[in-house]
Structure formats: C-alpha cells, structure tokens
Design a binder for this molecule. Structure first.
Ligand code: ZN
Length: 219
C-alpha cells in the first residue's frame, strides 16, 4: 500500500478524530497505532546512527470511581545518551535536525498505520510529547533569529519522507508486530502492562530489511 499523502504539520500532528465506535476496535486500533508510533521512533533512531536503551508500549487499566475501567495506551523509546563522548568543533544543527525528525517520525508512523487501516486519525494525545520536543528546539532556534514554524515544517516533512520508504516501513511494521504479539511483558505495577523489545531485536529486524545503523546519518 502506498504511504498517505503528505499533510501539513498542524493537520498531521493535531488530528483529533473521535475513537472508533465499538470499544473492541477502538482499543485494537489505539494499541496497534501506539506500537507503530514507538516502532517509528525506534527505527528512525537506528537509521540516524543512535543506539537504543528502551523500546516499549504500555497498557494501563485505570479503575474509575463508578467501578468501570478505562484503558490507556502509551509508549516510550529512549536513546542511549553518550554524554561521556567529547565532541570538538561540534555543530549543533545536525543534532537538532535529527532529534526533530525522530520526534516527528513517531506521529508520522502512527499516521501511516491509521491511514492504511482506515482507523480514525487521532494523533493529538500520543504526539503531545513529540510536539513539545519539536517546539523546544524551535523556540531555541527562534532566539537565534530562525523560524520555529519553518523548523516544524522541515522536520515533519523529512519524517513523512522517511516513513514513506518501503524498507523503513517494513521494518517499522515488523517491530510493531513484535511489540504487539510477542514483546516481553513486564509488570511491576499490577495495573500497568509493559511490552518491550530488546534493542538487539530492533536492530536485527532493521538489518533484515536492509537498513544499517547510521544509514541516514547527517553530516
Ligand atoms: Zn512519540
């Protein structure tokens, strides 16, 4: 299936359609969309040459005062921060670009999943952290006389292009499937179920699809 048409930052990141009508498909779509969202963050970290520390999705069961249970899904991808590494002549711009594209890639991956399945376009909630990360960089660029909105557009455009690549999308889909089907379930709190993938397994799936770590590295 072909990727979704490119849309503006606002139309993509702030899409807020209502949940699917029956609660079973609503939960299924939201969970699978979250798996694709986190998988897209993970694959983009890998192609930009970053190493992963944690890739996971969680389902939280929140008991309401009336006894009903709300189900919330969320996730997290953490990169390994190499703070010990010393960089001389460091140019901050490529790094800001990469951080921005990785942040935008999660919503872009989620969007492609929702487009292909005909699931409601609901990106606002899950993308809030990504949007804030992009805006934090944008504001710092603004203090240097650059346009925050141009930065938004720029990283969102590149994230959509990245997700549109067949091999990138196949790797994301497989990682999302692994997370959804067979991820390690880890639960320290009884009402929170984590499914996570080991970084090595993420790398293996990427390599099987022909991706190499750092293949999209920016100079
Ligand atoms: Zn995200």
């Amino acid at each position: 299936m072909s990727p979704p048409p490119m849309v503006s930052y606002r139309k993509g990141m702030f899409a807020d359609e209502p949940l699917a009508e029956d609660s079973f498909s609503a939960h299924y779509f939201e969970f699978e969309a979250t798996c694709h969202h986190e998988a897209a963050h993970a694959v983009s970290e890998y192609v930009f040459g970053n190493s992963l520390e944690f890739v996971g999705v969680k389902t939280e069961y929140l008991t309401q005062p009336d006894g009903s249970i709300d189900v919330m899904v969320g996730g997290e991808v953490r990169r390994i921060h190499r703070s010990a590494r010393v960089c001389v002549n460091y140019d901050y711009r490529p790094m800001l670009f990469v951080v921005g594209v990785v942040a935008a890639a999660g919503p872009a991956g989620e969007r492609r999943y929702r487009y292909e399945r005909g699931a409601p376009m609901r990106l606002l909630g899950a993308s809030e952290g990504d949007h804030l990360a992009i805006d934090t960089i944008g504001k710092s660029l603004e203090r240097r006389g650059r346009s925050r909105f141009a930065f938004r557009r720029h990283v969102w455009w590149h994230a959509q292009k990245l997700i549109a690549h067949d091999i990138v999308w196949r790797a994301i889909s497989d990682i999302a499937k692994e997370l959804s089907d067979t991820g390690i379930t880890r639960g320290s709190e009884p009402d929170v179920h984590w499914r996570q993938l080991l970084p090595q397994d993420v790398y293996r799936i990427c390599r099987r699809h022909g991706l190499k770590q750092g293949i999209a590295r920016v100079a």
